[in-house]
Write a protein that binds this ligand. Structure first.
Ligand code: DGI
Length: 140
């Protein structure tokens, strides 16, 4: 399988509970390498752009409010089949449906406050990485 890069966010519910290291441990244990990482406070504009695909959904406002409610850690993860692998490591969007051992099963509070984001396809991974990182910030 090809080496890929995917975009990850450790969301405000996780940073608030001091779980950045705990999430990173699950990521690294799965064989994914953290090749870029920074802690930021997302602006409303950044969150609206990032989740533009969900603009028409009833939870859009809540989602933007949540993503800007506290610090997030944005990351680039690298590894074989990293995009699908990280989706597996994250678990289902709704923690009640997430498999044992996944980040969301371990740490997510609800379907909205679900601790992590991971890109769902190569095209979105490239767009999402470019929104938050310049090339020289990614060190593989
Ligand atoms: O790719 P995912 O994060 O697993 O899920 P997604 O792309 O379907 O949705 C993006 C985010 O939007 C998700 O992580 C949390 C939020 N979301 C999705 N469905 C709901 C939701 N938030 C609320 N409050 N209610 C929902 O039904």
């Amino acid at each position: 399988m090809a080496i890929e890069r995917t975009f990850s966010i450790i969301k405000p519910d996780a940073t608030e509970r001091n779980l950045t290291g705990a999430v990173n441990a699950v990521i690294e244990k799965a064989g994914l390498r953290i090749v870029a990482q920074k802690r930021i406070r997302m602006t409303k504009g950044q969150a609206e752009t990032f989740y533009a695909v969900h603009k028409a959904r009833p939870f859009f406002g809540e989602l933007v409010d949540f993503m800007t409610s506290g610090p997030v850690v944005v990351q680039v993860l690298e590894g074989e089949g990293a995009i699908a692998k990280y989706r597996e490591v994250m678990g289902a969007t709704d923690p009640a449906k997430a498999a044992e051992g996944t980040v969301r099963k371990l740490y997510a509070k609800s379907i909205g406050e679900n601790s992590v984001h991971g890109s769902d396809a190569p095209e979105t991974a490239a767009i999402e990485i470019a929104q938050f990182f310049s090339g020289n910030e990614i060190v593989g």
